[in-house]
Structures are given as C-alpha cells and as structure tokens.
Design a protein around this ligand. Structure first.
Ligand code: 2HG
Ligand code: ZN
Length: 474
C-alpha cells in the first residue's frame, strides 16, 4: 500500500465512508468556487459530524503534512474555500456539523455548529422569539463557520455589525488537532487577547471553526421598506444623513444601486422597477420590535422631507409583504444577474462614509476616461461606506480583451479608494484573488505581523495555504 492509501485509510477509519468522500463525481461541487473562476483538485472531502472527529483527522493531516482547505457553503467571492490544482490537498467540509447546541433567550445567545446555514440560524432564532441579524444574498447556502471565518457583513451590518460583532465565543480545531473550547456565553469577557477575533476573518488559515456562540437580538415585529430614485451621488449621502438623524436606531438597511446595476437586474431577473428610471437608487428598510410602531408614517415623513429638499426624485413604500420582497429582490439579485451578464470584475471597496459620494463620482469619471464602453455597475451598503464597484464586460467585447484590462481597471479603482482613505477589501476578505493587492496596498509591518501570527499558530503551514498571506517556503 502506498503512503497515500495508508493516509486515506486512517481518515476512513475515523470518519466512516459517509465522512470521507473520494469518488471524483462527488468531489465536483467542492473543488470549484461559486463564481466558476477557480478549479482545484482534492484528494478527498472530509465530512466530520463531531468536533472530536475533526480533531482526530487534523492530527492525522498534521502528521502527514497534508494541507487542509476548510469549506462551509462554498459561496466565497474570493476563492477562499477552493483547493489548489495539485490534488495534494484535502477539503474539510463542515456540512454535517450543524447542530444547534443551545438557544438562550435570557442570555440572548445561540450556540451553534459551523455547518448550519445562516438562513437556518435565522429561522431557529425566529422560532425562539428572537432575531439573528446577519443577512446577505448567499445566506441560504453560506454557513455560520464560513461567515465567521470571513467576517461576513451584509445588508444589516449598518445596524447590527458584521459577523465579528455578533461573536461571543468560539470552538476551533487547531492545526495540530488540539481543540480550543472558548464557547463562553459572555457579553463581557476581557481576559487577555481576544482569540475569537483572531479567528474571525482568518479565512481558514489558522484553524477550523467548529462552533460559535453568537448574539441574538429582540425579534422584529414591524418592517417597512422603501425604494427611491435619486439624481446624484451627493443625494445618496444626503438621504442617508437625513435618515440616520431622524430614524437612527430603526434603520435596518440602507442599500445603494446604480442605474447600470438595476438595468442589469431588470434585463436578467424578470423584475419590475417601482420608481422611474434614474442614475441612482436606494432601498431603505426600517424595523422595530414593537408591532404597533408607526414605522410607515415615519418612513413616509422622512421621504416627504427628502423629496421636498430635492434629495429624492421618486419614492415608493412597499404596501405589503409581497412588495417588500419584490423591492428586496432588486437588490438581492445583483450578484446573480451580474454573473449572467458576462465577465464581471468585483471590487469590494470601502471608504469613510463621508467620502462615499466622491468615491462613486471619481471611479465613474476615471473609468470612463480610460475604458470607454465598460459597464460600471456599483451597488452596496451605504451606511458602511461599502460599495461593490463591479465592472461588467461590454456587449460585443471579447472575454479575453475584457480580462486583459482587469489589472488596469483595478488599479484605477484602488488608487481612488486609497486616496480617499479606504480599503480594497471591505467585506469579502482576501482569499486567493486579493493576495497580490494585499501585499501591494498594506504596510509591510502589518503583513509581517500577520505572517508571524500565522507561523506561530500553524508552523507546518497546512491550514488553507495560498490564501490570505503568501508565506515564505518552510
Ligand atoms: C452583496 O452585497 C454581496 O450582495 C455580493 O456582498 C457583492 O456580488 C458582489 O459583488
Ligand atoms: Zn455586500
């Protein structure tokens, strides 16, 4: 028997046949990323159903020096969960580790395993009479472990924060197979380094998250959604300011869509626009835990003021649940519609909110000057200063001509971002696609500190190698 066969045999003994997948036909969906950009290979997919099983498996991998690629719902937009092409890596899928270990409505916490989807967790919270607020278009597939490991943001981050802000406790299997149990249900826990925050956003490069304690919030009993058209970038900022001043605590989402991004959704999605065609749109959601909160009147009154002030051209308030969903679909189908619209280059950027209008304006002006014809289709999270400055292949341009411009387009956008004090990665992480950018755009001291942390926790460099940080060869 070969060394590889021996290795696989050991894994099989720990996990059983259902937990150790080697059939190439079954590997397919795990080795390609959601966007279809990265195609890897894997020796096998390991599917532990208990933390202890994963710990035993990690110890075997560590001993054999085999690299491990953790994977949740495989919805990464940066290739963070896809193995390389060597065929020497193993994927650890958390899709069988998905129990809800505890829901505590007095603590307002839920203790949950990594493989549960975000949508399943939202439903469990509702069933318990509470809210789990993390929310984004991929929530049906994306998992708790993946959302924490990438510090996912989404559309409610403006009110409730990103995954990191919801994280109280963590259980992690470390690269040597040890288990760190930090599943404390504490809202305050200030003993030493905040290790949980080291793993949040580590994208599987330091260990495998197996369970977490997350915060719950009071259930939402009233919701109102409006869809507006606006005439300028400056109006986007002005409307957000007005909303925040008037409705601060009840704004659950404030989302931007450009004229081009809506045009693409309308072309691909079979949806209707509730306002007239414009260059800029915003979706606003207010919510409250009191069922009789007069949200509708309040929303209408802010919008009336905004209309009066000329910040809004036209506004529609959803009259029922169906319309609310329809308005949201215009926003949540953006990614899917852009995927169908041809080659698309994603730039997940952020700036201080006060620079948002300038960001939108300058990116458009500079891209137009350099790359005539590309479709500039930004959308994103106004309240977080986070825009998805996505550039879509023009009709009639060849794939290769378009992709040849990718780095130049990126450089234009990232230079604008940098000059406005922003970040080249607001919420999608680094994964594989932003390794070089990370090295170019962050201070050497910052990268060096991260490499030292990585080397200390994963000295054998077996955790998701080639993601987040390029390490010197060991
Ligand atoms: C969103 O805000 C996601 O919908 C995806 O972050 C963004 O597709 C994108 O670029
Ligand atoms: Zn987003």
């Amino acid at each position: 028997v070969s060394v590889i066969d021996q290795f696989l045999d050991q894994l099989l003994q720990i996990l059983g046949p259902a937990g150790c997948v080697t059939d190439p036909a079954l590997l397919d969906s795990y080795i390609t990323d959601w966007r279809g950009i990265y195609h890897g290979q894997a020796m096998c997919v390991l599917r532990p159903s208990r933390t202890e099983e994963l710990a035993a498996v990690m110890a075997v991998c560590a001993k054999a020096g085999i690299a491990v690629v953790p994977q949740g719902g495989n919805t990464s937009l940066t290739g963070a969960a896809t193995p390389d092409g060597s065929g020497h890596q193993v994927i650890v899928s958390l899709n069988r580790l998905k129990r809800i270990r505890a829901v505590d409505i007095i603590d307002m916490t839920v203790t949950v395993e990594a493989g549960l989807s975000i949508a399943e967790l939202q439903s469990a919270a509702i069933a318990a009479g509470a809210l789990f607020p993390l929310s984004f278009a991929a929530e049906g597939s994306a998992t708790v472990g993946g959302a924490i490991a990438t510090n996912a943001g989404g559309t409610a981050a403006v009110r409730y924060g990103s995954a990191r802000d919801l994280l109280l406790g963590l259980e992690v299997v470390l690269p040597d197979g040890a288990i760190w149990n930090g599943l404390r249900r504490l809202h305050k826990d200030n003993a030493g380094y905040a290790l949980r925050h080291l793993f949040a956003g580590s994208e599987g490069t330091l260990g495998v998250i197996t369970a977490a304690v997350l915060r719950l919030f009071p259930a939402v009993h009233a919701r109102e959604v409006a869809f507006c058209s606006l005439g300028s970038e400056q109006d986007v900022l002005a409307l957000w300011r007005r909303l925040r001043e008037r409705e601060g605590g009840s704004v659950r989402a404030v989302e931007y869509m450009s004229g081009d991004s809506i045009a693409i959704v309308l072309r691909h999605g079979g949806l209707r626009l509730p306002v007239g065609v414009a260059d800029h749109y915003m979706l606003i959601e207010l919510n409250a835990s009191q069922p009789d909160a007069p949200l509708r009147e309040r929303l209408e009154s802010v919008l009336a003021e905004a209309l009066e002030a000329g910040e809004v051209i036209d506004a529609a308030v959803a009259q029922n649940g169906q319309q609310r969903d329809d308005f949201w679909r215009l926003r949540e189908s953006q990614t899917e519609a852009q995927k169908q619209a041809g080659g698309n280059l994603k730039h997940d950027i952020s700036v201080p909110v006060s620079n948002l209008a300038e960001l939108l304006r300058r990116c458009r002006a500079e891209l137009k000057a350099w790359f005539d014809g590309v479709r500039i289709a930004p959308f994103g999270h106004v309240g977080d200063g986070n825009i998805h400055m996505n550039i879509i292949q023009p009709d009639g341009m060849s794939d290769s001509d378009f992709l040849a411009c990718a780095d130049d387009i990126g450089a234009v956008i990232y230079d604008v971002v940098e000059s406005l004090g922003g970040s080249f990665s607001a919420e999608h992480g680094i994964g594989r696609s932003k390794l070089a950018l990370f090295e170019q755009r962050r201070p050497a001291a910052e990268l060096d500190l991260m490499r030292r942390i990585k080397a200390a926790i994963d000295p054998g460099a077996i955790m998701n190698p080639g993601k987040v940080l390029r390490m010197p060869p060991t």
